[in-house]
Ligand binder design. Structure first.
Ligand code: CA
Length: 231
């Protein structure tokens, strides 16, 4: 990370959560600015030019998804959303509007820091793995230049679509991706609603890459939302 003290703007109306974030993130060297309303949050995001925005979706003055759309009108700064458990579709809408990731309340500081690390890495641009052309996680090793996939000591053959699906996940490693996003990237815009394609191919990939496909270690399901490649 190039910036010694990354700046975070927190947009959240719950004072207890703001206190938790201010204290926890402050202790880890982040400079935290706060807003308790959407409109004020957008202004803070504009003035502070933060490295990350943490946004509660349930705000009193405006829809969290509209906050994302407004910020996305002029910035690609990473946005991590906070949301209540029972709102899967809302999370999907927020991710499709341009949010980078989400956490479901209640969450731990450890989980949040992990999400922040992933978001900062993506925003910095080309991770070391991309430069070397080799992606590794656990016993998986993918050579993106040779299009070679190795699990443990054995090379695994993937079909072109399976490989494309895996490379979309690698390009966004650690980030949650919605079903629609993956369908669009792998199959094209007209396949957005063909979730069953994705289920079938994800299951094939798991058969080939996971030790136990029923208990995936790498290709994780984000219930009701999409998938995430664990890093
Ligand atoms: Ca709220």
């Amino acid at each position: 990370m190039t910036n010694a003290n990354p700046v975070i703007v927190v947009i959240e109306d719950d004072p207890a959560i703001r206190l938790f974030l201010r204290t926890g993130l402050g202790a880890h060297g982040f400079k935290v600015f706060e807003a308790d309303r959407g409109k004020q949050g957008i202004i803070e995001a504009g003035i502070r030019k933060p490295d990350i925005v943490i946004l509660d979706l349930g705000l009193p003055d405006m829809d969290g998804v509209d906050v994302i759309k407004t910020i996305r009108g002029w910035s690609v700064m990473p946005i991590i959303i906070l949301s209540a458990r029972s709102t899967e579709q809302y999370k999907v809408d927020a991710l499709d509007a341009g949010a980078d990731d989400y956490l479901t309340k209640p969450f731990s500081l450890g989980e949040l820091l992990a999400r922040i690390r992933v978001a900062l890495r993506h925003s910095v641009g080309s991770p070391a793995q991309e430069q070397s052309g080799i992606f590794t996680t656990g016993s998986l090793k993918i050579d993106l230049l040779k299009r070679q996939v190795v699990v443990g000591d054995s090379e695994v053959h993937l079909t072109p679509i399976q490989y494309r699906l895996l490379s979309v996940l690698i390009k966004n490693a650690g980030k949650v991706l919605t079903h629609q996003y993956i369908l669009k990237e792998v199959w094209g815009p007209s396949y957005r609603d063909n979730s069953h394609y994705l289920r079938i191919y994800m299951s094939q990939l798991r058969q080939k890459l996971e030790t136990d496909p029923t208990q995936p270690q790498y290709l994780l399901t984000e219930s009701g939302v999409g998938y995430r490649l664990k890093v």
